[in-house]
Ligand binder design. Sequence first.
Ligand SMILES: CCCCNCc1ccc(S(N)(=O)=O)cc1
Ligand SMILES: [Zn+2]
Length: 262
Amino acid sequence: TGHKWGYGEEDGPSAWHKSYPIAQGTRQSPINIVPEEAVYDSRLPAISINYDNCTSLNISNNGHSVVVEFEDMDDRSVIQGGPLENAYRLKQFHFHWGGKDCDGSEHTVSGKTYVSELHLVHWNAVRYRTFGEAAAAPDGLAVLGIFMEKGDGHGDLHTITDALYMVKFKGSVANFKGFNPKCLLPSNLKFWTYPGSLTTPPLHESVTWIVLAEPIRVSDKQMAKFRMLLFSAEEEEQRKRMENNFRPPQPLKGRTVRASFK
Ligand SMILES: CCCCNCc1ccc(S(N)(=O)=O)cc1
Ligand SMILES: [Zn+2]
């Protein structure tokens, strides 16, 4: 089982390299995206997202984030197109956020941070038999990153924020069927894409990142509900609020960020 890691002073992102040396690798995530330096690629097909028959299973607190998991034993919910050569199956989505509204996202855009970032995690079931196997392969995962900015409440995000009280503590799981994350997508699917990694340990360099340029909006009240989650389990003495669970941008190391738009 992996070494204990977190987002605190002692066990946070600057310490991860001690147990996970890949943290100083050549394709680490997140990154700061500089639109003017992204290369427009007119041959990039549009992203095709087909979640119509997705089956959400549960919502859980894993001590690092809140995660909604999906049934992934067939191709009922997949993403394809864009930079992807195969269809990638939806496995889960989760969030990263700040403590106040000054930061919270993992990717940044010309240094701008958003209050939160949603990650929809998909795996290449054409080439790999399990998520775990795919998560360790260079073309194994595709993560769709969606920025969340402060604004009026998001119509469908409340379904998630209204369920967070059920998974306050690390290790809690609750039924969460019938949720389709298609409702969380912004209207415009223009994106940046680059080869990167998981943004948490084990930090595998297995992710083709697809970051949407258009943010979705989240209200103060909805953000407050994310911040009432705890990093700690119910039986732990010290109750630590779950916030600032984001890794800061990592060196680009010569990678090219491509844009699907001018
Ligand atoms: C080998 C087991 C890997 C488990 N790790 C899951 C996981 C998925 C996505 C991300 S993220 N934040 O890059 O989307 C981090 C961690
Ligand atoms: Zn993430």
